[in-house]
Ligand binder design. Structure first.
Ligand SMILES: [Zn+2]
Length: 100
């Protein structure tokens, strides 16, 4: 996936202007879709639209070669440090799975 960088802030969300310096963000690069679990929460009682998915895990992952931390949904259980990879992008949410 692509990350956009300015003022040492990286983001996977494309922003036209940097929040820090107000300049147009022109720095973008491709990083792997893989990362490691940084922290996670198991959701047992989700919002109604995700009820059919419960229980599932919402994890903060650190993408490789980047300081971007991304909030993703993961089916099943993970541990901190587990390597995960992008499975699909649905309804504006990143869905990851463990690499095996
Ligand atoms: Zn900037």
């Amino acid at each position: 996936m692509k990350v956009y960088e300015c003022c040492d802030i990286e983001s996977v969300t494309k922003k036209i202007y940097c929040r820090e310096c107000g300049q147009e963000i022109t720095n973008e690069r491709e990083v792997p879709d893989k990362g490691n679990v940084y922290s996670y929460t198991v959701i047992h009682v989700p919002p109604a639209e995700y009820a059919h998915l419960a229980p599932y895990t919402v994890a903060l992952i650190e993408l490789h070669n980047s300081n971007v931390k991304l909030t993703v949904r993961i089916a099943g259980e993970v541990e901190i440090g587990d390597e995960v990879e992008l499975d699909e992008f649905v309804d504006g949410a990143y869905v990851y799975k463990k690499t095996s």
